[in-house]
Design a protein around this ligand. Structure first.
Ligand SMILES: [Zn+2]
Length: 464
């Protein structure tokens, strides 16, 4: 049971007044100071009191102000006077420390203005507390530097750089912007950045230049997804320009054309294939664009860099003058980024998280309004329950059951050579798996960052 209405055991409540929106609570510290804060002498006398207003956690939906009757003391040894230190109070902020903690945590889930109103402080105070909270969290939360890094983009009021761990599908950092300096500064401060082997990214020059400057050992790979997107966009441009020339009746004949044209041939249903066939007969340019789009996707079936080069060369030669304007972006991207696009065929790294990241982007643009960049960043990076850990020691293994009694000397009763161990016994039972030698370890678990699909689910469920 709480000792008093405040549930602050170091304080005695002297009076409670309840108003429409607020509680006004009179209180004092139970124990007076015992030593001089300057000379540690115990020879103190009271020197009057002063009232200090301290904000506390909201209670029963009302704001809480504690009016602490603070003792002033005089030291007989050094003659100096001082106010008693208040336990559990952040005196600089005139708040209980539990309120400071609560504001810090809440600012991840609620808007600054909402918290300011709930507690009865100004928004600037909430912002300052939140900045301290984030700085403190960051001291404790260190993500592993990804061996395979992804650099992407997310729109939070404006485009921001997103750093991911490609192998673990986790979010590692959100950068204020996508400038070379911002990215390079971040990479430069990264612990063991020389261990980063691959960086998968979009065709964004500042990303590339930052990586080349700061992590020259890392191989840059243009994400397959971003390259193929260009081919889909070329398909779309062609489709739109053809449609623009048509009358209403003709357009009706092209129902669901976007959906069908962006599908891969192998994924078309019989009905869709039939539709496509008809359109191609009526609009040969559309058919040609579809063929070109599909052929471009086919480059990614290549088994080696040389194979990919060859496929691209053939593809490029097959672009007709009529379609060239629509596919110009694809060609330009390939030309400008060739070594990095081709690097994929040496290291076929794909982002399993692209879909999660996209839904995250969509969700954040919906729920992100009213939040500062810092809050959105912290929301995602510090999301409770989203972090992906590994322990540097093996998982807890349940105690093994005693093997059932067998007539003969059990095979696993003594050392069994590796080959014999995998054989079932006479009645078809497999011997227990050998236990690995275990080394007790006290190392802290590694944290790989916030899991992207968990994040998307948390936001979807309104838990973030
Ligand atoms: Zn003193």
């Amino acid at each position: 049971m709480p000792r008093n209405i405040l549930n602050l055991p170091d304080y005695a409540v002297l009076g409670v007044e309840e108003a429409e929106h607020d509680y006004h609570i009179q209180a004092e510290a139970i124990l007076p100071p015992t030593h001089c804060q300057y000379c540690q002498s115990a020879d103190l006398v009271g020197f009057g009191r002063r009232e200090q207003l301290v904000k506390d956690l909201p209670m029963h939906g009302k704001r809480v102000g504690i009016y602490v009757s603070t003792r002033r003391m005089k030291c007989r040894a050094c003659e100096r006077t001082f106010s008693e230190a208040l336990p559990g109070v952040d005196e600089k902020r005139a708040m209980t420390t539990r309120l400071v903690d609560w504001i810090g945590k809440s600012a991840i889930k609620k808007t600054f203005s909402g918290i300011a109103e709930e507690v009865g402080v100004v928004e600037g105070t909430v912002r300052a507390i939140f900045a301290d909270y984030v700085a403190e969290r960051e001291q404790h939360l260190k993500f592993e530097t990804p061996k395979w890094m992804g650099i992407d983009e997310i729109h939070l009021t404006k485009p921001r750089g997103v750093v991911t761990n490609v192998q673990n599908n986790t979010l590692v950092e959100i950068l204020r912007d996508r400038n070379k300096k911002t990215v390079a500064d971040y990479l430069f401060r990264l612990p063991s950045r020389d261990k980063v082997e691959l960086v998968a990214m979009d065709m964004w020059v500042p990303y590339r230049d930052a990586v080349l400057a700061v992590m020259p050992q890392a191989e840059i790979i243009i994400d397959k997804f971003h390259v193929l997107k260009l081919a889909n966009e070329a398909m779309e441009k062609t489709r739109k320009s053809i449609r623009a020339e048509l009358d209403t009746k003709q357009r009706r004949g092209l129902m669901h054309d976007r959906f069908v044209l962006l599908k891969r041939t192998a994924e078309l249903t019989d009905q869709e294939a039939l539709l496509l066939d008809g359109w191609i007969k009526n609009y040969p340019l559309l058919g040609e664009a579809y063929r070109l789009k599909e052929a471009f996707f086919g480059i990614y079936d290549a088994k080696s860099v040389d194979d990919a080069k060859r496929r691209y060369r053939d593809w490029h030669m097959s672009v007709t003058p009529a379609l060239h304007p629509y596919f110009a972006d694809v060609i330009r991207a390939w030309t400008n980024w060739q070594p990095f696009i081709l690097a994929y065929f040496d290291h076929p790294v794909t982002n399993a998280y692209t879909e999660s990241l996209n839904s995250l982007i969509r969700l954040m643009s919906r729920v992100g309004r009213g939040y500062s960049f810092e809050a959105l960043r912290a929301k995602m990076l510090f999301a409770e329950g989203a972090h992906k850990h590994t322990l540097s020691r093996p998982k807890f293994e349940r105690k093994q059951l005693e093997p059932v009694a067998v007539e003969e000397t059990p095979r696993w009763g003594f050392y069994v050579p590796e080959m014999a161990r995998a054989l079932p016994d006479e009645i078809g039972r497999m011997p227990p798996a050998p236990r690995p030698a275990r080394e007790p370890s006290t190392k802290t678990p590694k944290n790989y960052g916030a899991d992207l699909s968990t994040l998307a689910r948390l936001i979807e469920d309104g838990e973030l």
